[in-house]
Design a protein around this ligand. Structure first.
Ligand SMILES: [Zn+2]
Length: 307
């Protein structure tokens, strides 16, 4: 819940007024939940054709898969499709560890992004020592997938930043509830704009509860893609350094769904790892401001226990 967001009735009514098309047109980063996370390229297919098939932006498919000009794809190639995090177990081929030969200019960080893994995992797996220097020609082992890694990978590509956008120095992760029974990123976005927030959606991520978006679906806000400050707490200083994650629901009355928690945990883990945020800085809105957000039924202790 953002500080001045108390018009619960208004929000609920707004939710029922908005049609699906309108919603997905606002939050481009989040196509409808039925879209698959992966697509195996068939003969004759093009990036443009595949993007159209899934109703997503071809540019996003290119970015997500780090495809470069002339954007050649091959039949049998596995492409990531922008969208929701799926639980599908990965195929056998992806379970095998892979080798990566370091190219000029690459860093552990940039390689981890390429393979949707984390810098920490590459460091551990290859026994790299501080300051984790790697050289062109070095061979690195990249871990294959497992079902839980598949979710972790999905999260990594959801959080991926567009080319040219640099990660901010995030220091905190703040958990909120929407204090509404229903909602999604687009609904909150339009509400926050009406409240005068130029950059819209005050949070960086919204985790759905099956009402306005999929149950457990992670929606990525525009502020994340542009690495902008949040608008989710009163303190301006805190907004500058705190990632805001909002779970749809009113946790003074109900509880987070199982799927919300199942995806929240790896999302927070990924962000902690990527931005070096310690567990003690994963907090609830009520820990930094006088509010009951994220609701009496949301236990931060229990969340931290799972991280
Ligand atoms: Zn809040």
């Amino acid at each position: 819940m953002i500080p001045d967001l108390n018009r619960r009735v208004f929000l609920c009514r707004l939710a029922s007024l908005l049609g699906g098309t309108f919603i997905s047109s606002i939050v481009q980063a989040t196509p409808p939940p039925e879209k698959g996370a992966k697509h195996t390229v068939e003969k004759g297919e093009t990036v443009w054709g595949i993007a159209r098939k899934y109703g997503v932006d071809p540019q996003e498919v290119l970015q997500l898969n780090r495809l470069e000009k002339p954007y050649t794809i091959y039949s049998g190639q596995s492409l990531l499709i922008p969208g929701t995090v799926k639980d599908d177990p990965p195929s056998g081929e992806e379970n095998a560890d892979r080798k990566h030969v370091v190219q000029k200019g690459e860093t552990v960080w940039s390689i981890s992004g390429k393979y949707n893994t984390t810098p920490t995992e590459i460091i551990e797996l290859n026994d790299l020592k501080k300051p984790y220097r790697i050289y062109p020609g070095d061979e690195l082992t990249i871990r294959g997938s497992s079902p839980s890694r598949s979710r972790q990978q999905g999260i990594a590509w959801l959080c991926r930043l567009p080319e040219g956008v640099r990660g901010r120095r995030w220091r905190y992760i703040i958990i909120h509830h929407s204090a509404t029974r229903t909602g999604n990123a687009a609904i909150f976005d339009s509400h926050h704009r009406r409240l005068g927030m130029t950059y819209g959606l005050a949070y960086h991520f919204v985790v759905g509860n099956g009402t306005g978006s999929g149950d457990g679906e992670i929606e990525v806000g525009g502020r994340w893609k542009r690495q902008l400050h949040g608008g989710h707490v009163r303190s301006r200083q805190m907004n500058e350094v705190a990632i805001g994650i909002c779970l749809v629901g009113d946790f003074n009355r109900t509880y987070p769904t199982r799927r919300q928690m199942e995806n929240l945990v790896p999302l927070v883990q990924y962000l902690m790892d990527r931005y070096n945020v310690p567990k003690r800085r994963v907090v609830g809105h009520r820990d930094v401001q006088s509010t009951d957000c994220p609701g009496k039924n949301f236990s931060l202790t229990s969340l931290r226990g799972k991280l």
